[in-house]
Design a binder for this molecule. Structure first.
Ligand code: G6P
Length: 486
């Protein structure tokens, strides 16, 4: 069904702001999602004429999209936001999302192809790539239908890397931006991709007027890939920083917007009754007088959870004085469980936590408290009581946990931070910085963090919180809009 071309602002992302659960009786219930984009879009309010185009992810979503006819969801489910959920054929979605976005593009940008996860590009991947093109085309078609003349379109992430180019072909009048929430791979690594894929992804993003990233480092890597793979020309400012890419007669501007934590929302949400309740439960579990090392992650290979646990084990080995005096509260929420490599990783995280508890645990002390059930209120409770936060990803676009903890922390929290997280660019000075592969070094940083005196921890936390909230989601979103409109 042809939709009216009235939207002035459009957002496109794989995962939308709402998801639906399908009940056994066929009923559907909506759950609103969180995250930077949702709060960012709230800056312009439901009356701004914005439409968010996303994909149905599961059966509940598909049912909701079907019932909505043209895919426009019931505004009661979306907080008034106009959302069009695309009912993409399940096999196309699975191949595009699991096969290409999460198994190929995610892996290449996070440098996760290492033995035993090797890149495989065979006949099946070629079919998956075709599905990825179909999936991106569905988004481009929907956006082209929805957008008013001269509208602004903000396309999000690697799932939709082809959309800017496809949309430009359909609607040259639009102003199109792409935002990458992931890191970008350096050229030599990026070239692990088959040549046609490597080129198509870059050409897709260069179809937009602007390509934006979370840090300078990822923007530079993208420009370097454009030069190395496409032979594109890089435009630089006086200081040598890449500011645009010229290719086939067009220019795509580069931008950096370091998404920050939403201080107002976090401070209020973390004082709610359900968080207090979880705080008491966690306190009882940890035991009186003990220090707490907290981590909160999706169970994701790039998050480096296993090495984090090994570093904690090493800490207990080389500093036996911490035994019985510290608990590692590790939240590892299941993610992408359709992929075997994620299931294996989840099992490995559990196994290593169990090993540490078996090796060091005593009657009254369980060294690792691993929680796998996703519960935002409990994550906030843990932020409140953390003495140390461990954020040690192998590579991460930004890492918002590193930014949220200092805001919510009650008594000051020392941050052990990987230099490979995007957040390092803004928080590096007041964090204890680690090489994520260096288990021994991470153990040493944990020790230092636990020993940090209260005054220093409070000082550092104050500065971390200020840096972490410099660009809250609403401003981050508006900054992208303005830059595209300029
Ligand atoms: C990363 C991506 C996001 C994605 C998130 C969760 O942060 O950049 O686009 O929403 O992972 O991944 P999922 O596959 O569960 O959507």
């Amino acid at each position: 069904m042809a939709a009216p071309r009235t939207a002035q602002i459009l957002v496109a992302s794989n995962r939308g702001p709402v998801s639906y659960a399908l009940g056994e009786d066929g009923s559907i219930s909506a759950k609103r999602g969180g995250g930077g984009l949702v709060s960012g879009l709230s800056a312009i309010g439901p009356d701004a004429g914005a439409v968010w185009v996303c994909s149905a992810l599961g059966d509940g979503d598909r049912e909701a999209a079907r019932r909505a006819g043209s895919g426009h969801l019931d505004a009661a489910d979306t907080g008034g936001q106009q959302v069009r959920m695309l009912d993409i054929a399940p096999d196309v979605f699975a191949a595009a999302y699991n096969g290409v976005a999460n198994s190929v593009l995610w892996f290449v940008h996070h440098l996760l192809y290492q033995t035993p996860v090797e890149p495989v590009f065979d006949a099946e991947s070629a079919a998956q790539w075709a599905a990825f093109e179909t999936y991106n085309t569905a988004f481009a078609d929907a956006l082209a239908q929805e957008a008013a003349e001269g509208a602004v379109v903000l396309v999000q992430d690697y799932h939709l890397a082809l959309v800017p180019g496809l949309l430009r072909d359909r609607r040259p009048d639009l102003r199109i931006g792409h935002f990458s929430h992931t890191p970008w791979a350096p050229p030599d690594y990026y070239r692990l991709l088959p040549d046609d894929v490597a080129e198509a992804v870059l050409r897709g993003i260069l179809g937009g007027d602007r390509a934006a990233f979370l840090t300078e480092r990822w923007a530079t890597a993208f420009a370097d890939c454009c030069a190395a793979v496409l032979g594109a020309e890089i435009v630089r400012d006086g200081g040598g920083t890449a500011t645009a890419v010229r290719f086939e007669g067009r220019e795509t501007r580069l931008g950096v917007h370091g998404l920050g934590a939403d201080a107002e929302f976090l401070r209020e949400r973390s004082r709610a009754a359900d968080v207090d309740e979880r705080l008491s439960t966690l306190r009882a579990q940890i035991g009186p007088g003990r220090k707490t090392i907290v981590r909160v992650d999706r169970t994701e290979l790039s998050k480096n959870i296993v090495r984090g646990l090994l570093a904690y084990r090493r800490l207990l080995e080389i500093h036996p004085e911490w035994r019985e005096r510290v608990v590692h509260v590790a939240f590892a929420y299941p993610s992408r469980q359709d992929l075997a490599v994620y299931r294996d990783y989840t099992a490995r995280v559990q196994a290593v936590a169990d090993e540490i508890n078996a090796e060091f645990g005593t009657e009254g002390w369980q060294p690792v408290a691993l929680h796998v059930k996703d519960d935002f209120a409990r994550s906030l409770a843990a932020y409140r009581l953390a003495d140390v936060a461990l954020v040690n990803p192998i590579r991460d676009g930004m890492n918002l946990v590193a930014k949220e903890v200092p805001v919510v922390s009650e008594r000051g929290c020392a941050l052990v931070l990987s230099r490979e997280a995007g957040a390092y660019a803004e928080l590096g000075e007041d964090a204890l910085v680690v090489n994520p592969y260096d288990v021994e070094g991470t153990a040493a940083a944990l020790h230092e963090a636990l020993r940090m005196d209260d005054a220093e921890r409070a000082d550092r936390t104050g500065r971390l919180a200020a840096a972490a909230t410099a660009l809250p989601p609403q401003q981050w979103f508006l900054a992208q809009l303005r830059a595209l409109e300029a």
